[in-house]
Design a protein around this ligand. Structure first.
Ligand code: FAD
Length: 350
């Protein structure tokens, strides 16, 4: 019997594995996808990773800063010099000397993937099981039986669920969780679960040469908010944008959407934007291990996340939830994923 099984290898699950490992505990992590990192993902080009998920953290988020320092990852400021472009409903573009909306935001050299790479480099790979989606948990005596999709079962004293709450609501619990716990799981929205992000990489950040910051706002679309995503130092250059197209239309328009995004970069930043060296459209709403149908409606504001009382003390404290949406602070953010992992009482693993 394992001491602790962690379900989910996003930042919170990996940070918890790191904590348990450093405390000399016996743990095993089960990850549904064929990669770890969860919402942290990147488009690789030229030896760097261009963020398809989170890109920024901010002053006042000490856990990310400390982890970057531990892994010797250089922190740099979001490029913010120059004018912002505004695209009107008819596709016409105005250049305005407005400060970049993301000025002061911080990024990591090598992208957020560098944090994930740093964490897994210190962990025994045989304890990180990929392509192992957990579908059921059942409590029997002193142990919890964890059943994976392929039918494999594993036994643990404790289970920590490090997956978005609405995804966790799809796991079968035996005995069933109390109604208020199930309600809490299914009503907590997945942060950024409705979002799609388009990234285009270029040999150099040519827009900077004409005094543009790479920031743009659009009422024409398909992207509504655009920023510079270049590697540290500017080369390779990159731009990214958040799409404003509803989830249900994105599925049917997928190929046309990537072309339309590129055409939009062309309208905003000129002809050079039409010849990227790499592109990727990441639709997080269509990722079954991130978002559910209930997440398809974009959120009007950042939810007031926090540890729901209904999720504490389950199965005599042997079943816990550790994910950014249940974090004691910075819920929703990468800093929240770390706050959730750091708030886990590791003495419970003795
Ligand atoms: C497009 C986008 C932009 C973002 N921008 C920012 C930003 O700039 N700054 C910021 O701070 N935050 C941002 N975020 C939020 C940030 O990504 C999250 O806070 C953070 O990555 C959450 O990590 P997590 O480990 O808590 O959850 P997740 O990353 O969701 O990890 C959960 C893991 O569980 C796995 N899993 C799911 N179901 C199962 C199962 N049944 N069995 C086994 N494994 C399972 C998943 O595959 C995944 O690996 C952004 C998110 C997105 C999508």
């Amino acid at each position: 019997m394992k001491d602790t099984i962690i379900i989910g290898g996003g930042l919170s699950g990996l940070a918890l594995a790191d904590r348990l490992d450093r405390a000399g505990r016996d743990w095993l992590l089960l990850e549904a996808r064929d990669r770890v990192g969860g919402r942290i993902a990147g488009l690789s080009y030229g030896g760097t990773s261009f963020d398809l998920g989170p890109a920024w953290f901010w002053p006042g988020q000490p856990r990310i800063a400390a982890l970057a320092e531990r892994f010797c990852i250089t922190v740099f400021e979001q490029y913010a010099s120059g004018a912002t472009c505004y695209e009107n409903t008819d596709g016409s573009v105005q250049r305005v000397d407005a400060p970049s909306a993301m000025a002061g935001s911080l990024r990591l050299a090598g992208g957020m993937r560098a944090l994930v790479e740093g964490l897994i480099a210190d962990l025994d790979p045989s304890r990180l099981r990929l392509e192992t989606p957990v579908i059921a948990l059942s409590r029997e005596g002193d142990g919890i039986t964890v059943t994976a999709q392929e039918g494999e079962t594993l036994l643990a004293k404790r289970v920590v669920i490090a997956v978005p709450p609405r995804i966790a609501a799809g796991i079968t619990f035996d005995p069933p969780l109390p109604d208020n716990a199930l309600r809490a799981l299914s009503t907590i929205p997945t942060w950024m679960g409705a979002v799609a992000k388009f990234v285009a990489v270029y040999e150099r950040p040519f827009w900077r040469e004409t005094g543009l910051s790479g920031d743009a706002m659009s009422r024409h679309g398909p992207m509504v908010e655009i920023h510079d995503a270049s590697a540290m130092g500017g080369t390779p250059g990159a731009l990214f944008g958040f799409l404003g197209v509803p989830v249900e239309h994105r599925a049917t328009l997928r190929d046309q959407l990537a072309d339309a995004c590129l055409a939009q970069f062309g309208r905003l930043f000129g002809k050079a934007a039409l010849t990227p060296v790499a592109t990727h459209l990441a639709d997080w709403a269509r990722e079954p291990f991130t978002a559910t149908d209930a997440d398809h409606q974009p959120l009007a504001a950042h939810p007031a996340y926090g540890p729901p009382p209904a999720l504490s003390g389950l199965w005599d404290g042997h079943l816990k939830f550790v994910v950014t949406e249940t974090a004691p602070e910075h819920g929703g953010f990468t800093e929240g994923a770390l706050a959730a992992a750091f708030s886990y009482d590791s003495s419970a693993a003795i």
